[in-house]
Design a protein around this ligand. Sequence first.
Ligand SMILES: C[S@@+](CC[C@H](N)C(=O)[O-])C[C@H]1O[C@@H](n2cnc3c(N)ncnc32)[C@H](O)[C@@H]1O
Length: 344
Amino acid sequence: MASSSCKVAYKTTAINNRRYLGNKYRLIPFIKNVVDENCEGINVFADIFSGTGAVSSAFLDKRLITNDILYSNYICNLAWFSSERFSKQKIVDFILHYNSLDINDENYMTENFADTYFSREDCSKIGYIRQDIEDEFLAGVFNERERAILITSLLYAMDKIANTCGHYDAYRQGVEFDRHLELAVPMPKQNRRKNQCYNENANELVKRIQADLVYIDPPYNSRQYCDAYHLIENVARWQMPKVSGVARKPDRSALKSEYCTRQAEAAFEDLIEHIAARYILLSYNNMANKGNDRSNAKISDEVIMRVLEAKGTVEVFSESYKAFTTGKSNIEGNEERLFLCRCI
Ligand SMILES: C[S@@+](CC[C@H](N)C(=O)[O-])C[C@H]1O[C@@H](n2cnc3c(N)ncnc32)[C@H](O)[C@@H]1O
């Protein structure tokens, strides 16, 4: 592919230009405030259920450790936070090239998803671009971070036009596909902080890492993220599995989270026990026994407090920045709380 010699306009995209259940972008000022006002000497910040990476993006002055069980989130985290150098010009050139393509070939995407979440034509383009990123990477044209940035650009562009209400449990039948795939250039910063991005079960990872502060934002109800984002995950992994059912889902058994099941309290206890850090900061909302079965939080406040207090002293903050003491948490309405544990 030839490099663009004259200046061509292109769109850019930022970390929060993505729809993601439970993402904490809106809560960044609250989280940052609690950390800045209550935690000292934070050099290493670990975000071990990182999702989009929104919270990590507020701590770019720290060395970051990110982790998520979904490979698609790992790829986005690598794009935004990895310390590997990347060529912005190369990214721009490839994105302009991909946007200029007029493709209508059959591929894995057209065969399995034509006129479902995307039009047949957009499926053809998504499949072509994803394969091309892999081919160029294997040919040594991109390094890992450049590959991750281009996949991230593709995933964000898919999210913008998907015929869904933000997740992939269903698509609307018989719609006109009036928006078409257009990749934008992600704008991560170069950094020399030796950040690390992981893609594994947080309960295993904590046994090997050390951080000053570990931020924990697990799923809180029975809704599995691998179900909601199966198609984004499928394109990120690009292993082309068989899909089935109306929603066209692949086998996701290896990606199910214990935090969405009756094992959540045991998983949480095991996680906290193995954390090596001076501070633990937990985001958990107050929906225990409040909504229907699906929206009920899986870990009770009693268990959260018992487990954290076994590790240190605990203070709870509500979104309105009011701190209140142990055992007196106000649980009127649907509220996000931060549990700060100063580990002993
Ligand atoms: C509430 S979301 C995190 C949102 C994130 N803080 C953000 O701002 O985008 C929970 C995340 O935990 C991940 N997850 C679930 N179980 C996990 C596990 N056992 N280990 C690591 N990640 C897990 C999910 O894939 C999901 O991205």
